[in-house]
Ligand binder design. Structure first.
Ligand code: PLP
Length: 357
């Protein structure tokens, strides 16, 4: 099966086999060493991050990492500005709601860029302690342009928290210029690991201060940070997921790092988009350059329902992804992360050609 959903990804044999290492207890020294090694290498995926940021690992999906990031870094008496143009921006606001923290949202239409001008205007009020945005808005596949937002934040001394769950390891993240306090990510998207481990790359200084706005015992990054300095974690770790992530990080390095991976994704995505255009299937976003290298979204072809497209492709060995929220039934999405070759895409396009004919 080839998974063309935005994680979990189709595994390489190398990563899948890594899970068959000998059983391990997360409270043993050897596992602590492995944890430290994974943390060190995660910090080096973006070399400029290593100096001032530290990854904190936790057992959970990407949402756990985002929730832990917002919970820990936005103090209980803080006030966050969420800049949203899709499902994941809305989810960040729902987390602040659940944590009982003050916030406001600057919304843009889901097919539009973030409204950075309005965000800057709101930040000018001086009322906000933090700004929150989504890097790759998986709802549509748009790669949000974080640089201008980061600049607006820097000018006003407001730190930025970034949901980079579907971009970490596959797109550029500028730790040096985006005024980032932290970003949240996961093992099973662009890093090509398995579900179970998510992480937050946070400013070391802020984590080390011990300050935390956490309203949850489990999702308090300050506690994980303190204990993980020795490789140990406060709660049970997803052991096999750690084995897989360890191997997946080797694989990423062997492949040439995130830039090489991004090039590979971009080539697959171009192949998908051009192949679908030739079949009369149009991308959802007017400006195709707004897409990430990782995922693209398309309007449903005439006379074909999402269910039929999905089910027939599944029988042929491909899992595509539905629209979320207001896009349910209106669009389909194709992600190219994981072990997906250009031959796989060729075969996919052949199947879609057959279905829409
Ligand atoms: C996948 C994703 C998440 C987290 O989803 P989980 O199902 O919890 O792994 C968060 N943000 C974005 C942008 C995502 O694409």
């Amino acid at each position: 099966m080839k998974l063309l959903n935005p994680g979990p990804v189709t595994l390489t044999a190398r990563v899948r086999n890594a899970m068959l290492r000998e059983d391990a207890c997360h409270r043993e020294k050897d596992f602590a060493e492995l944890t430290r090694r994974v943390i060190e290498r995660l910090a080096r995926v973006y070399p400029e991050a290593e100096r001032a940021y530290t990854p904190v690992l936790l057992t959970g999906s990407g949402t756990a990492a985002v929730e832990a990031m917002i919970g820990t870094f936005v103090p209980k008496n803080g006030n966050a500005l969420v800049v949203a143009n899709g499902v994941y921006g809305e989810r960040a606001a729902a987390m602040l709601d659940a944590q009982g923290k003050r916030h406001a949202i600057v919304r843009a239409d889901w097919i539009s860029p973030m409204d950075v001008r309005e965000a800057a205007r709101q930040l000018d009020s001086g009322a906000f302690t933090h700004c929150i945005a989504v890097h790759h808005e998986t709802t549509t596949g748009r790669l949000n342009d974080i640089a201008p937002l980061g600049e607006a934040c820097a000018k006003r001394g407001v730190p930025l928290l970034l949901d980079a769950v579907s971009s970490f390891g596959g797109e550029e993240i500028r730790f040096d210029t985006w005024n980032l306090l932290a970003c949240a990510a996961t093992a099973n998207k662009c890093l090509h690991g398995v579900p179970g481990i998510a992480f937050v790359v946070g400013k070391t200084e802020a984590l080390a201060s011990g300050a935390s706005g956490a309203t949850s015992v489990y999702l308090d990054l300050a506690r994980y940070f303190k204990e993980q300095r020795t490789g140990f974690s406060p709660f049970t770790q997803a052991v096999q997921s750690m084995f897989a992530l360890d191997e997946a990080l080797d694989e990423l390095a062997d492949e040439g790092g995130f830039r090489a991976r991004r090039e590979r994704y971009a080539a697959r995505t171009k192949q998908v988009m051009e192949g679908l255009r030739a079949l009369g299937i149009a991308p959802l976003l007017d400006d195709a350059r707004a897409y990430s290298s990782i995922l693209t979204s398309y309007r449903m072809p005439k006379h074909v329902s999402y269910e039929r497209l999905h089910d027939e492709l599944k029988r042929a060995g491909f899992v595509i992804y539905a629209g979320q929220g207001k896009f349910a039934g209106e669009i389909f999405r194709i992600a190219v992360m994981g072990d997906v070759s250009s031959d796989d895409i060729e075969r996919l396009l052949g199947e879609i050609r057959r279905i829409v004919a």
